[in-house]
Design a protein around this ligand. Structure first.
Ligand SMILES: Nc1ncnc2c1ncn2[C@@H]1O[C@H](COP(=O)(O)OP(=O)(O)OP(=O)(O)O)[C@@H](O)[C@H]1O
Length: 256
């Protein structure tokens, strides 16, 4: 589905992505690993149009992505979460999730002020849509649909962020370290939810940046390891953990 060729991203003298080549297949959960600063989030930022690559290409079903606006890339089916929570805390669970479907929503002033019947019908349809999504992802949140997000625990906030990404029915979901700031049990529960979504939406592709190796082992189909912006290994969890270059990147070279 996605083909990345010779992708390079430079920030002044620093090369964050260095002639990166990779593919993302439909329906797979791909783990993206690498030490701090190896270029993982930069890859998400280039793929979603936040940064314009210095060189190379990313195609989605054969069409070039580089040069498109973040809005256009989102419209073509790429949604993401961020490392740090980006919810609007005073708004409700419903509002925060619906914002993620901005592309399909009627948001003109005239529509909202004067076409009250149509507005009501759209609103009701969204309540139904958000409820259906939460029923897959996290049924207990349905009862709290109209409560402000600031009252929720970290794990529920993460769930809401993932639902905000899923509401637009993306083909590719990018998750940037979803376990950050959560306990071991919370992380396990969130991964159960992601596996549940995958079982209901088998064609959805997921790329997961994650430092916790037990998470990677449990939920990914395939892994890819970056170091200094270059791909140093690719394969199953067993293959990448046995790879000498990966071990060196994480643990450093032993000195005599
Ligand atoms: N906007 C920017 N301006 C300058 N340098 C940047 C920018 N964004 C990232 N970098 C640099 O690019 C390199 C890769 O950073 P990136 O955040 O992609 O790493 P990462 O693998 O996601 O790390 P972590 O696991 O710590 O999140 C780092 O050296 C970082 O300092």
């Amino acid at each position: 589905m996605i083909t990345v060729t010779d992708l390079t991203m430079r920030f002044g003298g620093l090369t964050a992505l260095d002639h990166l080549n990779l593919t993302i297949h439909e329906g797979e959960i791909l783990g993206l690993l690498g030490p701090n600063g190896s270029g993982k989030t930069t890859f998400f930022n280039v793929l979603t149009g936040l940064y314009k690559a210095s060189g190379g290409s990313i195609t989605l079903d054969g069409a070039e992505v580089i040069g498109k606006s973040p809005q256009d890339i989102y419209r073509s089916g790429v949604a993401r979460t961020f490392q740090r929570s980006r919810l609007s805390l005073p708004l409700t669970v419903f509002d925060n999730i619906v914002i993620g479907d901005y592309q399909h929503m009627q948001h003109g002033l005239v529509f909202n002020l004067f076409r009250r019947k149509a507005f009501r019908a759209e609103y009701d349809a969204y309540v139904e849509k958000v409820t259906a999504l939460l029923n897959i992802f996290s049924p207990p949140l349905v009862a709290q649909l109209f409560e402000p997000v600031e009252t929720f625990s970290m794990i529920d906030r993460r769930r809401i962020e993932v639902c905000r990404a899923l509401i637009s029915q993306p083909r590719l979901l990018l998750l940037d370290e979803p376990s950050a700031g959560m306990t071991h049990d919370e992380t396990d529960a969130l991964m159960d939810d992601i596996l549940q979504v995958r079982s209901k939406l088998p064609s959805l592709s997921v790329v997961l940046i994650e430092h916790q190796m037990n998470v990677i082992k449990r939920i990914t189909d395939r892994c890819l390891v970056l170091n200094y912006g270059k791909k140093i290994a690719e394969g199953s969890y067993a293959e990448i953990t046995a790879n000498r270059d990966v071990q060196t990147a994480y643990l450093g070279e032993e000195t005599a």
